[in-house]
Design a binder for this molecule. Structure first.
Ligand code: NDP
Length: 315
């Protein structure tokens, strides 16, 4: 049978490129988990995906009710689940004030981390039950949350501190909207959310790899300077960022190439190692990369896991 892969945020950028790449192999049925049904349908058509290779399902990660409804509908569909890709994200670098999810969590961490955390937890059993040769849970990470890299050292740097804001619910009322309890900063909130994504993947690995046989992985696909991620940025930035990445940092990767990389982490029979953060070198060969001290701190991973469980109502 074909493999079934759920990709969140498959209506643009990396998610769409990955959906396209996997659907073209003829070996995958892609479930595009998107907040905007019409946009997703148009996107799938625009890249020429054949109807029989995908299904669009509604998912708004900024609402935990929506996450639960999505999981219910998926389970009811009776389709086995072989791979889950947590890809969707929002990035609000120019926001002056925080905005919030349905439950009142700051939007970047609420969407990118907490929404995915609940989704992945609720679908873990389905992955476990899959009889597919290699079942995987993939969370898209980023270099920007990694302070052991040049890109990760551009201020404001990621820093989760002692998690006091997260523990307080990130609601801007009883607690700060930032994980570390500091002043709101949209760019930092995004980087912090990516650190949470990478910590979550490792904590899943430690808790569940042996028991479930699921491969847990994260990746940095390269700088995809033209995706919608930068839509909130000032126009001059959007004009200069792609050539800067192409010619100066040389970290630039096209959407298509990045999609092939993520598709590799989904389906390549040689990438079955669990607990790995994948990156690619200039020749587009994958390698196991090192995470920063904070993004690989097991104690912090455990704490983020436990606090997040409480916030999403699992503990
Ligand atoms: P895009 O903005 O193009 O794609 C993000 C996707 O997330 C969109 O499909 C968007 O939906 C979806 N999304 C946003 N909010 C929600 C929500 N509440 N519920 C459901 N879906 C939502 O950005 P990219 O393709 O660049 O980003 C994809 C991933 O790659 C992210 O995890 C990002 O952190 C990561 N990444 C990107 C890099 C880059 O250079 N671009 C580098 C490293 C990592 P909609 O279409 O409706 O807006």
């Amino acid at each position: 049978r074909k493999g079934n892969v759920i990709i969140t945020g498959a209506s643009s950028g990396l998610g769409l490129a990955t959906a396209k790449a996997l659907s073209e192999t003829g070996e995958w049925h892609v479930i595009m988990a998107c907040r905007n049904f019409l946009k997703a349908e148009r996107a799938a058509k625009s890249v020429g995906m054949a109807k029989e290779n995908y299904t669009i399902m509604h998912l708004d990660l900024a609402s935990l009710d929506s996450v639960r409804q999505f999981v219910d509908s998926y389970k009811k569909s009776g389709r086995p689940l072989d791979v889950l890709v947590c890809n969707a994200a929002v990035y609000l670098p120019t926001a002056k004030e925080p905005t919030y999810t349905a439950e009142g969590f700051e939007l970047s961490v609420g969407t990118n981390h907490l929404g995915h955390f609940l989704l992945a937890r609720l679908l873990l059993d389905d992955l476990k039950e899959s009889d597919y040769p290699s079942k995987r849970l993939i969370i898209v990470g980023s270099i920007t949350g990694n302070t052991n890299t040049l890109a990760g050292n551009v201020p404001p740097k990621a820093n989760l501190g002692d998690l006091r804001g997260l523990a307080g619910g990130l609601n801007g009322v009883a607690s700060s909207p930032m994980i570390d309890g500091g002043e709101f900063d949209g760019a930092k909130a995004y980087k912090d959310s990516k650190v949470c994504n990478m910590l979550t993947m490792q904590e899943f690995h430690r808790r569940y790899h042996e028991e479930t046989g699921v491969t847990f992985a994260s990746l940095y696909p390269g700088c995809i300077a033209e995706t919608g991620l930068f839509r909130e940025h000032i126009p001059l930035f959007r004009l200069l960022f792609p050539p800067f990445q192409k010619y100066i940092t040389k970290g630039y990767v096209s959407e298509e190439e990045a999609g092939l990389r993520l598709a590799q982490v989904v389906s390549d029979p040689s990438l079955t190692k669990s607990g790995v953060y994948w990156s690619w070198n200039k020749n587009s060969a994958s390698f196991e990369n090192q995470l920063s001290e904070e993004a690989s701190d097991p104690e912090k991973a455990r704490k983020v896991w436990e606090v997040s469980e409480k916030l999403v109502g699992l503990a």
